[in-house]
Design a protein. Structure first.
Length: 203
């Protein structure tokens, strides 16, 4: 099914000559959501076993906050990093530029599992060795935040976004892609763009 979808999308930017490597860059939404929803459940269940009461709540909310800031900083300063070398520019194109080249590609609106899962493991290690009392709850909040983010990001590009809030979030993100200026780096919490003065005013 993935190969058939791959061939049916005429504007898809090819990232690798090898077809198997190319397939690792494509992620159907149901596969993403199934995997990360399971991870979220396991993370929350672990937090319930090790943390309790206000510690779990505080840890979970801290994880959500850390994710929100991580999302903004990574998008603004890594994904849109301007590098002078050809190798550097190619790297940025691989991790994010290809999405701007074809924002409507349904299989590239989500971070590939070949990237998100190893990265998630490293982030779990960081939380585990952070020294925080409720580190399991913090990790749970972080990964739930990530799942919400990529779900929202996929919806911004692939759905009609019913409801006032959904339409506002979609409009905010699409300005990031199609406005003639840079900005609107936050997807889940657009308020951050106002805080850091990267908000794009609609014309």
């Amino acid at each position: 099914m993935m190969v058939r979808t791959f061939r049916a999308h005429p504007t898809r930017v090819r990232l690798f000559r090898n077809k198997w490597l190319e397939l690792t860059t494509l992620t159907p939404f149901p596969l993403f959501f199934s995997v990360w929803f399971l991870i979220d459940i396991l993370a929350i269940a672990t937090a319930f076993q090790t943390d309790s009461g206000w510690k779990m709540i505080a840890g979970f909310l801290t994880g959500l906050l850390v994710w929100t800031l991580f999302e903004y900083v990574a998008h603004r300063y890594l994904f849109h990093l301007k590098l002078s070398s050809a190798l550097g520019r190619h790297f940025i194109f691989l991790i994010h530029g290809n999405h701007h080249a074809d924002p409507k590609d349904p299989l590239r609106s989500i971070m590939p599992l070949t990237v998100s899962l190893p990265l998630g493991f490293l982030i779990w290690l960081a939380w585990r060795h952070s020294g925080l009392v409720a580190h399991n709850s913090g990790f749970a909040g972080f990964v739930v935040g990530y799942t919400i983010y990529d779900t929202m990001h996929w919806a911004c590009h692939q759905t009609s976004s019913r409801g006032r809030l959904a339409r506002l979030l979609k409009k905010h993100h699409l300005l990031h892609h199609y406005a003639p200026v840079h900005g609107n780096y936050a997807t889940t919490v657009p308020l951050l763009d106002r805080v850091f003065r990267t908000h794009i005013r609609p014309r």
